[in-house]
Every structure is written in C-alpha cells, then in structure tokens.
Design a protein around this ligand. Structure first.
Ligand SMILES: Nc1ncnc2c1ncn2[C@@H]1O[C@H](COP(=O)(O)OP(=O)(O)OP(=O)(O)O)[C@@H](O)[C@H]1O
Ligand SMILES: [Mg+2]
Length: 502
C-alpha cells in the first residue's frame, strides 16, 4: 500500500500542491489526471525523491518513509518513467538498465558489460521486448525502445511502485499497445502503477482508480469503472467541455504558397510532391517512421535533399524556386521535441516568446532590444494561450510539460509567418487547452496563414485539416478532402498496404 497524506509543496509564486492525499493499492493502476500545471509531475517528483514536500507524509505499507534523493526512492522500491525520458545516450541499453549498479569485472575499475547485456536481455524478454539489442547505444534506438529500457531498469532494481508520466505521447500505435500489455502484466504481478495521461480514453481503457488534481488541489477521486468520459473531462477542466467544432469547409484559395516538387532525401523520401495553398490547413498523415518529420526537415533544408525543388510565394505574389536554407527564415516551425530543439530551456518565457522575431523588438538605429515591448507582447501571449506561470520572467525549464509546449507554440505564433509548420503541436497539452489552440490555428488559417500539420492523433487531424496527404514509407500515396477526412478512413489509409506492423 502506498499513501501520500496531506502533501503541500510551494514554489516561488505558486502553490503547486495543496493538501493532496493519494492512496494506491498493489495490482491496480491509479490514473493521475489534471490540466497542465495542475501538479501531477510535482506530486510524482516528491514520490520519486526529486523534490521534497513542505508538508505531509508518505507511508509505504503503513510505515513512514522519508525520501531525500532518487536513491532513497529506489531503496523504497519506487521507479519513475519520466515525461521527458532520461538516459545516457552514448551508453548501451544494458548499461542504462543497470546504471545505478553496474556489474564489476574481475579487473579493478572495469565493468562487466557482457554480464550486463546477458542480464538486461532477461528483463527485456520479460517485457516482451526481445527485439531490443542490449548492446545498442541508447541514441540509436526508437523512443519506444528507450521507454522499454527505462521500464527494464525499474524491474532490474526491483521496483514495486512504478510511475509513468505521460508515457504514450511519443509512441506509435503499436508501441502503445505493447506498453499497455506490459503495464497489465506488471499489474498482475501485484505492482502499484501510477499512470499520468491527458488521453482520457487511455484512462478508461487501462486504469482502475483515478485522482484528479486542479490548481494543486484534489478535485475528484474514485473508481474508473462506470465513469463517463464527459464527467471525467468536467472534473479535469472544471467546467462542461465545449463541443469540438470542426473547421467549416470553406472554399480553398487557388493561390499556392509552397510547392514541393519531386523531393528525394536520404533513404526514406522518394519523389514527394505536394502544394500548400494560402490559408489552407494541410495534414500530413502517416505512421511513425513514415517520414513525416523527415519530409518537413528536407523541405526546410535542415536535412540534405538529393533531388527535387521547393518553390515559395514571395512578397511579389509569384511562386519562385527557393535557395537552400532560406525557407526556414520565412516560416514558423513547431518541432516535435520541445526539450531538444523547441525551447531555450534556461532562458525565461519572454526571451523564448520573442526569439523568432527579435528584429521586431530592436530600436531602429542602435539595435538595442526593447525589453519593455518584449514583456508587453509576452504577457498577451501568456493570456491568449492560458500559459500557467508565476510571471513572464520564469525560466522555461520550471514550467510544467504542457505549459512548455504552449510556449513553443507562442513563439512561432508571435513570429506571424505566412506558413506555420506544426509537428505534434499539442503534445502533452491538456484537453481544454487543446481546444483553445485549435481555435487559434483555425483563426489564423482563416486570416490567410497556411498550416502544414503533422500529428499522431487522429482526432487532431480530423478536427483541423482541410486536406490530408497520406505518407507511407516516404511516399505520398493519397490525398483526401472534405468528408473523406474521418477517423476511420485515416486509420484505414495509414495501415493499408502491408504496413500493419506499426
Ligand atoms: N522546480 C520548479 N520551480 C518552480 N515552479 C515549478 C517547478 N516545478 C513545477 N513548478 C510549477 O508547479 C506547478 C505544477 O507543475 P507540474 O509540473 O506538477 O504540472 P503538471 O500537472 O505535471 O502539468 P503538465 O500536464 O503540463 O505536465 C506549475 O505551475 C509549475 O510551473
Ligand atoms: Mg507534468
């Protein structure tokens, strides 16, 4: 039994947790839910020994435990699969599994990597992840495999309490199903599982009990069975959900702003052609690994193009062939990994929000940056996107995951580019805020901004896109419009043609 009683945690300017009590039982999955910044990660960071609570106590099997470090948490059988995966990228899978306790070899100061690999293999097999080679470097394997490695690590250290913080937000459908199988297995073995997610379908599918946080306070708890999804949404966002409105099917503009012609790049992209029209939201749909991100990177000149051309409509309203690396200056680009290439983590929100449009904030002659103007605009963006922060000078690293994602979006929105490329724009964003972001995307598109959208969430594709092109193994196989953009049709199109292993 795990009990966290009356936990309170304050940060400068926020009360992240206010008298929260959590109870979890062996053999059950407890869902921890709430909007961005509600306090979910903070509560789990306390359990994981990363943060110390100001008030309250933690009991395991009715015995009080104190956790001053992750090492202490480990001793108490607590493992944490983080929202942003943590690992040593150049070290092997096996070394990562046993990182806390590497096997010593017979030679002094050396570790026995062969033994680590043998042992790691055992745990990976237990998880049904035999396909992962314990010898591979972490940086070479997929995100799903990295996550399996983290889970293997938690098993290797003998964890009884395993925390998953938004584990599925970067997984393919296949990897997600595999993860769920693993969690069910862990459950059968009597582990305590705590599961954080913004996908309420996952909660109803996987979890037994739930705890909802709102503004650091408990706003609901109980059993999942028999619970309606709508009631869950209401508990999470604190009001009845507004019905998702689909973009009104309008007449598309005839003007093409971006034309991609016969692009070939790397081993994946083969002869890709498409046009993006003015004010259009064009979805690129495909499975993980189909080449969606690679396509965007090639078009922008971030990756090498082996053949093909890119045309862009410039200020003089004519479509011109674009030189390498110049397109990047003309568009906004929300990348798929906010920590890797989305944010300046140790800079404040203001500097992040204005980073893509700094010349707008310079004094004319001396090129000094006008900090007052930066702050003014940032305040507006914070309000518009409902970003939860104490103030605009807070470093991006201290924001909750979903709020960091909103800052990435705010930065590119602020640039006001004629083309906005969005790669998983709402990853980690809660249900309520998602609807707000959709509204903003629709609005700027209606005003003439063209949007290229990549998303793994089929609902997001369906809700937003005017047109969807289907990408499969680096080729565009189809394009659908209007009523053909439906949940079931998109699933069918992505999977048809022998790609079902994903
Ligand atoms: N180290 C820190 N210093 C200051 N404030 C922090 C720190 N960590 C978290 N916070 C603040 O505490 C609040 C709760 O954040 P937390 O990360 O727990 O939210 P969350 O529920 O996990 O949200 P999300 O769904 O976006 O991941 C937020 O307002 C956040 O900005
Ligand atoms: Mg979080």
């Amino acid at each position: 039994m795990l009990e966290m009683n009356n936990i309170t945690k304050k940060f400068p300017g926020v009360r992240a947790l206010d008298n929260v009590t959590l109870k979890a039982e062996p053999g059950k999955v407890l869902a921890l839910i709430g909007v961005n910044g509600a306090g979910k990660s903070t509560l789990m960071n306390i359990l994981g020994g990363i943060l110390k609570q100001d008030e309250g106590e933690i009991l395991i099997n009715e015995k009080k435990v104190t956790m001053n470090s992750p090492k202490d948490a480990e001793k108490n059988g607590i493992a944490f699969i983080h929202q942003e995966p943590l690992f040593f990228s150049s070290m092997s899978v096996a070394q990562n599994v046993f990182i806390g306790n590497l096997f010593k070899s017979n030679f002094p100061f050396l570790t026995d990597n062969k033994k680590a690999e043998r042992e790691a293999k055992k745990y990976l097999r237990l998880l049904g992840a035999d396909d992962i080679d314990p010898h591979s470097a972490m940086e070479e394997i997929t995100i799903g495999a990295r996550q399996m490695t983290e889970i293997a690590r938690s098993l290797a250290m003998g964890a009884n309490i395993i925390i998953f913080d938004e584990p599925t937000s970067s997984l393919s459908l296949h990897e997600k199903n595999k993860l769920f199988d693993v969690i069910r297995k862990l459950k059968q073995e009597g582990k305590i599982i705590i599961y954080i997610s913004h996908f309420l379908d996952e909660i109803t599918e996987l979890c037994d009990d739930y705890l909802v946080l709102r503004d650091g306070k408990m706003s609901g708890a109980g059993v999942v069975e028999g619970l309606h999804k709508e009631d869950l949404v209401t508990m999470v966002i604190g009001q009845k959900p507004s019905a998702a409105e689909k973009k009104a099917a309008g007449n598309l503009s005839e003007e093409t702003i971006l034309k991609v012609s016969h692009i070939v790049s790397g081993n994946l992209l083969q002869d890709v052609n498409f046009e993006l029209r003015k004010g259009e939201i064009l979805g690129i749909w495909g499975l993980m690994g189909s080449g969606r991100t690679e396509l965007v990177r090639a078009v922008l000149g971030l990756d090498r193009i082996d053949a093909g051309e890119v045309f862009f409509m410039d200020k003089d309203k004519s479509l011109k062939k674009i030189k390498k690396n110049t397109l990047l200056k003309k568009v906004g680009y929300v990348t798929e990994s906010r920590h890797y290439d989305g944010l300046f983590l140790n800079m404040d929100i203001t500097n992040n929000c204005t980073a893509a449009k700094l010349d707008n904030y310079c004094t004319r002659r001396m090129k000094f940056i006008r900090a007052d103007k930066e702050v003014q605009d940032t305040k507006k963006l914070i309000q518009k996107l409902n970003i939860k922060v104490p103030d605009e000078k807070t470093p991006a690293s201290l924001l909750s995951g979903g709020n960091q994602q909103k800052v990435v979006f705010a930065k590119w929105l602020n640039k006001g580019a004629p083309v906005l490329i969005l790669d998983e724009p709402t990853r980690g964003v809660d249900v309520g805020s998602k609807m707000e972001i959709y509204k903003i995307i629709r609005k700027i598109a209606a005003e003439g901004t063209s949007v290229l959208l990549i998303s793994s969430e089929v609902d997001e594709m369906v809700d937003l896109s005017d047109r969807v092109i289907i990408l499969k193994r680096g080729r565009i196989t189809e394009s659908v419009e209007g009523r053909d953009i439906s949940n079931s049709n998109l699933m069918k199109l992505a999977l048809s043609g022998g790609d079902t292993h994903e």
